[in-house]
Write a protein that binds this ligand. Structure first.
Ligand code: FAD
Ligand code: NAD
Length: 439
């Protein structure tokens, strides 16, 4: 089979390009290895189902039976995901110039793949190839990982029975999100952190505030400990491996295609996401940048521009990329930490306030979770925001506004004097940015 544009893997950036190119009549072929993964990692096993479970867990009350609540939460998650997967399938299936192929792709030459599905095989050649195959949970090379009580971020979403006493290996975003989730579901939770402190790149006051909020919920942390075997201590009934992700490049035959890998096994790309092979791009997690769905989406804009002859953007154009880890309350970041701003030579103003002490923004108190801290780092000479850290309800929304202000050159004074709805979390900007002082 011959196609114009071949997308390997139904990830966020790849499916977005397949849709826009297909809708404009381009000949596109999408290859996905698993019917369970139509729509990609984010909607099937990552961002969306985990946030559904985090939300359900946060709504549970002490009196609710843990097993029943968990089972109902999983059902709710499954119903949502099935709908999203069907919508994703329909999005491409309804486009006449998009061909969907089910099976696992392996390169057999430059811009040439073999797709295998059971006994069936199909060879596809393309003008343009977009590799969007993502990552899978990393399995540390330690004894005991094969124990049936050991889960990864995918399998634990259907754990049966629900773990009641969980040990989590890794204190990155996955470890922290699942810690809050399972604590909410009523489990005892211990997080094993290989680093000496939580979030070592973060300012200490912020990291300590997050740890305090999680510890107040009853989550235990063991810092400075690298798990060297799977151990079930003090009645633990389950272990979650949250020790990073592994690229899906091994076995993809990339050497045959002239696509080079870096020392970590990710695909090497330039700032336009071009690989070492002509006409082959890599999108999303597979090229080893920060792993966020919205960056895979932005990758699709960079590649889409090149495919339509515009070539207008690169990854180096990205500024003020926000992040949110969906702990309870959520922890969101954009720009520099205080330490980074100092190191970069800025004269800085800092405003920092515990959420409980913010008088003029009552929303966190209204929704019943006034924990956390917010912190802003501002350039004293230009009045521009250099960075923000939010541990507060709605942080995943407010951080986007601050990121936009940073990109658009909106000053701290303008944000402080902004007219915001009431009661909202946004209006904390009025009060907290009124308390900036030289630091
Ligand atoms: C538990 C968890 C929670 C997360 N939460 C968030 C969040 O809240 N917000 C956020 O922005 N990010 C989150 N992330 C990260 C986010 O999920 C990823 O950055 C994003 O899904 C990456 O998408 P992608 O475009 O790289 O491809 P993916 O969505 O990973 O798609 C890759 C596809 O390729 C297929 N594939 C692989 N190999 C082959 C092959 N050889 N042939 C054919 N098909 C193949 C796979 O089956 C898969 O469907 C989370 C990740 C995890 C694990
Ligand atoms: N909300 C979000 O945006 C979100 C949510 C989840 C995941 N993600 C992305 O998914 C990716 C994977 O997340 P993650 O948390 O698995 O990875 P990570 O690499 O961020 O964190 C894994 C942690 O586990 C530690 N670790 C590794 N082996 C260990 C061992 N044997 N014992 C103890 N600790 C060990 C590592 O040192 C590291 O601190 C990240 O890039 C993340 O950004 C994003």
């Amino acid at each position: 089979m011959q196609t114009d544009i071949l997308v390997i893997g139904w990830g966020k950036g790849g499916k977005t390009l397949a849709k826009t190119l297909g809708a404009s009549g381009r000949d596109v072929t999408m290859v996905e290895q698993s019917d369970e993964m139509v729509g990609g990692t984010c909607i099937n096993v990552a961002c969306v189902p985990t946030k559904s479970l985090v939300t359900s867990a946060s709504r549970r009350r002490e009196a609710d039976d843990a097993d029943t609540w968990f089972a109902e939460s999983v059902d709710r998650r499954d119903t949502l995901i099935e709908k999203l997967r069907a919508a994703n399938h329909a999005m491409l299936d309804t486009l006449a110039s998009v061909c969907l192929v089910s099976g696992r792709a392996t390169f057999v030459g430059p811009k040439r793949i073999l797709v295998q599905a059971g006994e069936d095989q199909l060879e596809i050649s393309a003008e343009t190839v977009l590799i969007n195959t993502g990552t899978v949970p990393a399995v540390p090379d330690i004894p005991g990982v094969d124990d049936p009580r050991v889960f990864d971020s995918t399998t634990i979403q259907h754990a049966d029975p629900m773990p009641k006493h969980l040990r989590i290996i890794g204190a990155g975003p996955i470890g922290l999100e699942f810690a809050g989730m399972f604590r909410g579901f009523g489990a005892e939770v211990t997080v094993v952190n290989s680093r000496d402190v939580l979030l070592p790149k973060e300012d200490r006051d912020v990291a300590e505030a997050l740890e305090a909020a999680m510890a107040a919920d009853g989550i235990r942390f063991v810092h400075g400990t690298r798990a060297d075997k799977i151990a079930f201590e003090d009645g633990e009934d389950a272990v979650l491996l949250a020790a990073g992700r592994t690229p899906t490049t091994s076995g993809l035959g990339l050497e045959t295609a002239g696509v080079e890998l870096d020392e970590r096994g990710y695909i090497k790309v330039d700032e336009r996401l071009r690989t070492s092979a002509e006409g082959v791009w890599a999108i999303g997690d597979i090229h080893g940048g920060p792993q966020q769905t919205y960056l895979s989406l932005d990758d699709s804009r960079i590649i889409g521009a090149q495919l339509s002859g515009e070539d207008s953007r690169t990854t180096t154009d990205r500024v003020a990329v926000p992040t949110t880890v969906f702990t309870t309350p959520p922890y969101a970041t954009v720009g520099m930490t205080e330490a980074e701003a100092r190191e970069a030579g800025h004269r800085i103003l800092v405003a920092k306030k515990e959420v409980a002490k913010i008088a003029a923004a009552p929303r966190p108190k209204i929704v019943g979770d006034p924990r956390g801290i917010v912190k802003f780092i501002v350039d004293a000479d230009t009045d521009l925001i250099l960075g923000a850290r939010l541990i507060v309800v709605d942080a995943q929304e407010l951080i986007n506004l601050i990121a936009l202000a940073m990109r658009a050159g909106v000053t701290a004074t303008e944000l402080r004097n902004g007219i915001w709805t009431h009661p909202s979390t946004t209006e904390l900007l009025n009060e907290v940015l009124g308390e900036l002082s030289l630091a």
